[in-house]
Design a protein around this ligand. Structure first.
Ligand code: HT7
Ligand code: ZN
Length: 873
């Protein structure tokens, strides 16, 4: 397939100032008339033909300045429309096309979900609606007339403000006209037509403008959108307060649909959401669901400035909007919830997804330089590492200059399609810093490893830290340069007393900038041997090797003022022991005992001060984390057994405390999704999990009771999750009762699919195959496929990586099946092979065979072909 390269970017030869669309909705033959006001781009090539993009559209007619064009003056295929000799001044092109939304299973362009019409245009979906210059640097003002059968689609929504609506007498049809005054790229276009329920409220912006907020959902589920609506209002207020950003239209609509390729989409004034990230009630959604809804509502809203008002020049600049917007939504959630708890959750996700990707054949820079299929670059690297870069920038320049830089960026780039260079230029200008070294973070792939050793000189009362950094080779980048790494740090005394220490290389905010391959840092006036606390709040997306003993790390758990590093210290100790056990190395029983007793002591002393934090401390590194740490010759069965044994050990050691938590943290009042209540539930359920690991019979009894008596989905699902680790009739009976209770709740049944797909037992693959026949499963629905097949591949380390290759063969079969319907979804499933080269030999061979079988299949989509090829490179 053709490769698109950043270095080949050139401005479009034509610009489009205005788009008038007339869309007559019909289930199988929707007619679209697009009237485009075009002109040659002064920055483009003179005498170039006009080549419009298309994808599976069928052309009915084309007219230039009102004159129907004869066949000799254009060339049309489903993929493009070329006007061979366009005028050299402004002109209008009127294009009529016909599309079939019902047979659109790719869920890109105009499609139907539960009978409703909706669109998805990012990245290249608009060309599936009409022929267009479908690239983000072509920005136009859109007016959209939508017409539909009144019964089929009583609600008609478009971008911007509604300027007209009416009935078409005698036809049973009606229409609405929407106008969006803000020029935008085609990927932000959207329309919706359907039978939908609505909740809404009025929001007054800081400038006094009244905005009608509304969320449209499946009729009957309106009350489940209340939390999302509240999150929207809080996001709007936060963006005004923290970034000075005000909303700019009279309405802001959100529509929830049940068939959706990703989480949500930030179309201008008309966000479209996967209903999983809108609908919530205590009976159907968990605390994690509520937190995700809040974060994604905020993320899409924040795009109104970081993405829509300032958009991307080309798709290589995707991190410009996604990394920045993830950073903004993370800051919002940290302000609304607990900052340290949220930071730990972010880092867990970053390591599980982005570090994994960076260590795989799919590793790429935050700003890639080439792609075959842009849909494959909506990755953890672009999103999560992209957000970490913005966070490091803020850490290096400080919060005041960061805000001044953001203001300048928004002001200067408003209404434009910008680049990473434009973004960095704003910060360079307000600070006077040269950010060219820092800019390497966008260009160089791979996770740097920082190695640190500390030396104390009691006579001189000095403490020296020696740093080195190295980044491993990644595809296309064998040699790496040193990065600019902000190290937020402090020294901690062993007895918890404050420690006075000074270094002129550390900023007043406690940050040392490591920007060479090796550097040293000396502290003076250090009166006792300290323990260094490095990368506080995880100040940079790096791996670290520290020469600290387990005992020293456990000092940090007790005494560090930085909550992130208190958590990190226990994770590091646990990881060392788990890795050693999984590799079959000798592990001293006293080391296990020390960890368990440090955890029990922490639980006794501190857990109830911040239960959410305590629950995170109690959660051991996952099997996938351990595999990543081992890095080569991985045996997932050995990892599973090591982790299981350690859970048992901790459960036994802390049994009494855990029992006490079960009682003292029991739910008293009605359910509330706030962070403090969620934290208490998290600690109580973590206690159940460890108790069950220590004593299966007791665990089964407590879990069955909780599944049946729980007053909310968080507790019910947590208990059912514990039962998944305990084979037997009680588990099967509880699963059956759960299924019966939620038989009409697809989003809840997804959780039921997920739990079963993750059971680490021999029969799970058969179970997953059986569940694919379940009446609630649908191969065309991304949520269902991700819940069952995606969870099997991503969450079930032992069964997906089964030594006989059965897990890989199964996934390959499903990828090929899904590819015929929805290539984007198939390609995402396929990324679960990304760490195949780290497995031991037998598994590697099976994985390679499965990947080769996929790569060799004729007529693969570009999406799947690209992932398969890169995975094998
Ligand atoms: N900007 C959006 C990314 C996106 C997408 C969303 C839904 C379906 C297909 C999609 N392709 C790309 C979502 C976001 O990051 O905010
Ligand atoms: Zn986004």
């Amino acid at each position: 397939a053709q490769i698109v390269r950043l270095e080949d970017y050139r401005p479009s030869d034509f610009l489009i100032d205005r788009v008038e669309l007339d869309v007559r909705l019909h289930p199988t033959a929707t007619r679209v008339t697009a009237t485009l006001s075009l002109r040659p781009n002064p920055k483009g090539r003179a005498d170039a033909p006009l080549v419009l993009d298309g994808d599976e559209v069928s052309l009915t007619s084309v007219a230039l300045d009102g004159r129907p064009l004869p066949d000799s003056e254009f060339e049309a295929s489903p993929q493009s429309l070329t006007i061979t000799q366009p005028p050299r001044g402004p002109f209008t092109l009127t294009i009529e096309t016909e599309i079939d939304p019902t047979s659109n299973t790719k869920l890109m362009g105009l499609y139907r979900s539960s009978g409703n019409y909706c669109t998805q245009c990012e990245a290249e979906g608009f060309r599936r609606i009409t022929y267009f210059l479908d690239r983000p640097d072509v920005m136009a003002v859109y007016t959209t007339r939508i017409e539909a059968d009144k019964d089929e689609a009583p609600v008609l929504l478009g971008n911007g403000n509604r300027i007209e609506a009416g009935e078409i007498a005698g036809t049973g049809r009606h229409y609405a006209v929407w106008h969006d005054p803000h020029p935008k790229p085609s990927y932000l276009f959207a329309l919706v037509g359907g039978r939908l329920g609505r909740v809404g409220k009025t929001f007054r912006t800081m400038g006094g403008r009244e905005v009608e907020l509304a969320i449209y959902v499946e009729a009957g589920k309106e009350s489940r959108a209340d939390y999302a609506l509240d999150a929207l209002e809080r996001s709007m207020r936060w963006d005004e307060r923290v970034f000075g950003r005000e909303y700019d239209l009279d309405v802001f609509n959100i529509v929830a649909v049940s068939d959706f390729n990703m989480g949500a989409m930030e179309n201008k004034g008309l966000n479209i959401f996967n209903d999983k990230y809108v609908l919530a009630s205590p009976e159907t959604a968990t605390d994690v669901d509520y937190a995700n809804i809040e974060a994604i509502i905020a993320h899409e809203y924040f795009h109104n400035w970081s993405g829509n008002r300032v958009t991307c020049r080309d798709w290589f600049q995707l991190c410009l909007k996604e990394g920045l917007t993830v950073f903004r939504d993370q800051e919002f959630s940290s302000d609304e919830r607990s900052r340290p708890v949220h930071r730990i959750a972010e880092v867990k996700t970053l390591r599980a997804r982005q570090f994994l990707e960076d260590a795989s054949p799919l590793s790429h820079p935050v700003r890639p330089t080439q792609y075959r299929e842009i849909n494959n670059f909506y990755t953890a690297t672009v999103y999560e590492k992209g957000a970490e870069i913005v966070r490091m920038l803020k850490t290096i320049i400080g919060p005041e200059d960061f805000r001044r830089g953001m203001d300048l960026y928004f002001e200067r780039c408003d209404g434009t399609a910008a680049t990473v260079e434009d973004f960095l230029a704003a910060f360079a200008e307000v600070t006077g810093h040269d950010l060219s070294h820092f800019a390497r973070w966008y260009a160089q792939a791979g996770t740097p490893r920082v190695t640190v050793t500390g030396t104390y000189d009691p006579a001189a009362k000095t403490y020296r830290l020696d740093f080195t950094q190295a980044t491993p080779p990644t595809p296309g980048q064998p040699d790496k340069e040193p990065m600019a790494i902000p190290v937020a740090l402090g020294l901690v005394s062993r007895d918890g007393e404050p420690l006075q220490a000074a270094s002129d290389r550390v900023s007043p905010q406690g940050v040392f900038l490591l920007d060479k391959a090796a550097d040293s840092l000396a502290f003076t006036g250090v009166t006792s041997q300290p323990v260094p606390s490095l990368f506080r709040e995880f100040s940079a997306p790096v791996r670290t090797s520290l020469d600290l003993s387990n005992e020293e790390l456990l000092v940090l758990l007790r005494h560090d003022s930085d909550a992130f590093n208190r958590w990190q210290a226990t994770q590091t100790v646990a990881m060392r022991l788990l890795v050693a056990q999984a590799k079959g190395d000798a592990v001293a029983d006293s080391d296990l005992a020390d960890l368990a007793s440090a955890l029990c002591a922490f639980m006794e002393a501190d857990a109830l001060d911040d239960p959410a934090f305590a629950a995170l401390v109690l959660a051991l590194p996952s099997e996938a984390d351990i595999a990543q740490e081992i890095g080569r010759d991985i045996d997932p069965d050995a990892i599973h057994h090591a982790r299981k044994a350690m859970r048992r050990r901790i459960g036994q050691a802390c049994r009494e405390t855990l029992h006490r938590f079960r009682d003292s943290l029991a739910e008293r009042g009605p359910y509330s999704p706030d962070a403090a209540s969620a934290g208490r539930r998290a600690l109580r359920n973590a206690s159940l999990d460890l108790l069950a690991a220590a004593d299966a019979a007791l665990g089964e009894q407590l879990a069955v009771e909780q599944v049946d008596d729980a007053g909310n989905m968080t507790d019910r699902l947590a208990a059912l999750g514990v039962l998944m680790t305990l084979p037997g009739d009680a588990r099967e009976a509880a699963l059956a009762r759960f299924e019966e209770r939620y038989r009409d709740e697809p989003l809840v049944l997804d959780k039921w699919f997920t739990l079963q797909a993750a059971i680490p037992e021999d029969g799970t693959l058969e179970r997953v195959r059986r569940l694919m026949e379940h009446q609630a499963f649908a191969i065309g629905n991304p949520n269902r496929v991700r819940a069952l097949v995606g969870s099997f591949a991503m969450l079930n380390q032992v069964r997906f990586n089964a030594k006989d290759g059965s897990g890989y063969d199964f996934l390959a079969d499903i990828v090929l099946q899904v590819d015929e319907l929805n290539p984007q979804l198939a390609a995402r499933l396929l990324t679960s092979f990304s760490s195949w080269r780290m497995m031991e030999k037998t598994r590697q061979t099976h994985a390679k065979n499965a990947l080769q079988r996929i790569a060799g299949k004729p007529n693969l989509s570009r999406d799947v072909g690209d992932i398969a090829a890169r995975s094998l490179e």
